[in-house]
Design a protein. Sequence first.
Length: 263
Amino acid sequence: MSWKNGAFLALDKVSLNFGGLLAVSDFDFILRQGELVGLIGPNGAGKTTVFNIITGQYEPVRGRVFFKGQDITGWRPDRVTCAGIARTFQNMRLFGGLTVLDNVLVSRHSKLKSSVLAAAFNFPGYIKEEREAKIKAMGLLDRLGLADLAHMRAGNLPYGQQRRVEIARALAADPKVLLLDEPAAGMNPEETIRLMEFISGVRNEFGLTIFLIEHDMKLVMGICERIHVIDYGISIAEGTPKEIQDDPKVISAYLGEEACDYS
């Protein structure tokens, strides 16, 4: 398997150990531009580890990661972000004491070119960049329907809205690929439905390629075009939502014998 197979993002036989524990083993994966693909599996299967390898938190002991044809294996997380891959986290990492706007601006600051010295002394170039960053951040919040929350403290928002703000912050880095780690975690069914609509809308609005980890099967089956299944760090299945629902290996390892129609 290679990035040459039409992949926008590819993992080629990636493996990672933690001491004697095999977290991911010979994991192959391709993500084509414009796709919305899900990664599912039991707790501890290695899903978040895959995200951490892609984004540079971990470097694999074997295998390579390719993005737009370039080998990005072992790149620092900030370099991966600048290249065009942004993510959210299973446990939200918003700055609760800051406003929604300021949370988004934190991500926009990766795009600023002024030096620390220019920022410290408020040089005209830095002031101009800050002003432009605020304009772009407000424009982003407006496009996402979050402009009315801009000056509210992020920590005071309902959980579902905090998740949307976290996605907005990731989008502020101007990514081409968005990785979402359990975006529906902790949400009730009504919030999950709204999140499904939000993710689909974000993908279309920004022309994104999306790779998501999720345990909520209604969300996964409802918005993903293709699903990859991992168990004990090993890829066990890949296919359409219907194919995954009917796969005996997936039913045994994850969905359960009572698996139903999630569509």
